[in-house]
Design a protein around this ligand. Structure first.
Ligand code: G4P
Length: 534
């Protein structure tokens, strides 16, 4: 092995690329900020926070988002920590929740799930969790806001199992909660980390102990909490799940950490354990089998396209996850779908509001590529023999609308614009049959406004959106006769690759259809389903 090969292999194995999934307000921004702080990437609080607050937004994103005070950078933030190179992929989660949020998860090797101790598992967490589950990536749980009174820790573990269907292994255990919070007991290291109210725990104050029954704990936390801790930890030891690395790697067991992000309590312990347990860039499925990140040749795929990052230039940025090898600025790569070579001249990396040109990057990293309109979500770029990574799946939209152009003379621009925005992944496009009316589907309702705004601004087209009552889409597969029967129903449509999709108003309607057509499978996403047309 040459020196330079050893170097880049080391660069790849020290990388950790993950996304944070949570429901709004659970503490994702706070956590991200604390992690960046540990990595020295930011020196003060508020840097990340400003991104979702119009007061601080200095970016020049799309007008519509500016008006609403939402910024949509959604890329990656990177930092170094104790020899690791960490990439946090940003998952838009508030009003800007969209399919991009799901797609970002396809570029992550692990997920960190933040749960508010008082609220437990919430709606948005469930949706994002499902996508992680589908990919089988490891999921690490941080139960946040321990400085506030919340649910009983055992009932939270039960919720993980009952609502999400994932078993858990608490890595630490709270000693008190809310105003009684004294600290956490670290089950792996046999030590108690003490919580001091109001301090921004830069240094953890901890006590090494022989076990949860060590009398040293009693003198630190008092008799009542000491007794409770002993009881609870022994219950965990007896009745809880065992620590099992292979189940963690498959995303079937989640290590659980308790802490308080805003108080920096438990964040560093979380980070250090996470870095030990989370995988380095993992192999990814492709048309030539799994591609190993350490396979010397560069490859990557586009998982997100950001339009109008600079309205003055109307440029787009395509975000690429590097999956194997090393990337160098100016290198020539194969754009597999177009069957041609392109030069990647101005790759960018993003940190909060800033962008900078990158000279080199490695598998696990995310870079932004200037896109003059040649990229689509899911495109593969590679060096050497051409192959493609598996298709980027579509997920069930939750809002649907029939779309028509107001001025029939502009039909051509309308079609072009809708196609373009569908390729970028702003909306999903379905067609009714036999009339070929266009139905748009989105997972976040803001996307309708984005579409309306952009069609007007970029294509000069006014549209009419007629909201529909559907809330669920399912990709249908199976017995041909049953498929034909479904096709004749009014709520059946085709997606843009000609695959049959059924739309439903409610879970109840969906269940009725499943009962009626037992020979059909109702898929929640298009992952792995054959395209009928290109
Ligand atoms: P999000 O990105 O998941 O939406 O959550 P974010 O970090 O913005 O946190 C939501 C709110 O919860 C914020 O309060 C934040 O300060 C608070 N928070 C985060 N971690 C903790 C914690 O460990 N304990 C407590 N008690 N609160 C926490 P806010 O009032 O909405 O915003 P701000 O005025 O504090 O900025």
């Amino acid at each position: 092995m040459t020196q330079s090969q050893a170097n880049w292999e080391n660069e790849i194995t020290r990388r950790r690329t993950f996304a944070i999934i949570s429901h709004p307000d659970a503490g994702k921004t706070t956590m991200t900020e604390k992690l960046l702080y540990y990595g020295g990437a930011i020196r003060e609080a508020g840097v990340v926070k400003g991104r979702k607050n119009s007061k601080h937004a200095t970016s020049d994103w799309m007008e519509i988002e500016k008006k609403r005070g939402i910024s949509v950078t959604s890329s990656a933030m990177d930092f170094e920590y104790k020899g690791h190179h960490i990439n946090i992929l940003d998952t838009p989660g508030h009003e800007d929740f969209s399919e991009d949020t799901y797609r970002t998860l396809t570029a992550a090797d692990a997920a960190v799930m933040i749960i508010d101790v008082a609220k437990g598992v919430e709606a948005q967490t469930i949706k994002l969790f499902k996508v992680c589950r589908m990919r089988g990536i490891p999921i690490f749980t941080f139960i946040n806001k321990l400085d506030r009174h919340g649910k009983d820790p055992f009932s939270l573990l039960e919720e993980l199992e009952n609502v999400l269907g994932i078993r858990s292994y608490p890595m630490n255990w709270p000693i008190g909660m809310g105003s009684d919070l004294c600290g956490v007991y670290d089950r792996m290291k046999n030590r108690v980390e003490l919580y001091q109210d109001g301090s921004d725990h830069q240094e953890i104050s901890s006590v090494e102990v022989s076990g949860p029954d060590d009398p040293k704990i009693k003198s630190s936390v008092g008799e009542v909490l000491y007794d409770q801790l002993q009881e609870e930890v022994s219950l965990l030891d007896i009745a809880g799940d065992e620590y099992d690395e292979s189940l963690i790697a498959k995303g079937e067991l989640t290590p659980v950490f308790f802490g308080s992000a805003i108080n920096n309590f438990g964040v560093q312990t979380f980070l250090e354990n996470f870095l030990q347990m989370a995988p380095s860039p993992s192999p990814k499925k492709s048309t030539i089998g799994e591609v190993d990140p350490l396979n010397g040749k560069f490859s990557g795929f586009i998982f997100k396209i950001q339009a109008n990052m600079n309205p003055a230039h109307r440029d787009r940025v395509a975000f690429m996850r590097i999956c194997s090898g090393k990337f160098q600025r100016g290198m020539n790569v194969r754009h597999v779908r177009l069957g041609k070579d392109i030069k990647l001249a101005q790759p960018m990396q993003f940190m909060a509001q800033d962008r900078e040109i990158v000279e080199e990057s490695f598998a696990g990293d995310v870079i932004g590529l200037f896109d003059p309109g040649i990229f689509q979500i899911g495109d593969t770029l590679c060096v050497g023999p051409a192959f493609e990574y598996e298709e980027m799946p579509h997920f069930s939209p939750e809002f649907f609308a029939k779309v028509t152009v107001k001025d029939a003379m502009k039909h051509k621009q309308f079609q072009k614009g809708v196609m373009q925005l569908t390729e970028e992944g702003t909306v999903q496009l379905f067609k009714t049959h036999p009339w070929e009316e266009l139905i748009l589907g989105v997972v976040g309702v803001l996307q309708f406004e984005v579409l309306e705004y952009r069609l007007k601004a970029e294509y000069g087209v006014d549209i009419e959106l007629q909201r529909m009552s559907y809330q669920i889409a399912r990709w249908i597969e199976g017995d041909k006769e049953a498929m034909d029967a479904v096709k004749s129903r009014s709520q059946s449509v085709t997606d843009r690759y000609g695959r049959l999709v059924m739309l439903f108003d409610s879970e109840y309607q969906l269940r009725m259809a499943q009962e009626k057509y037992p020979k059909l499978t109702f898929h929640e996403s298009s992952l792995g389903l054959h395209r009928v047309t290109e």
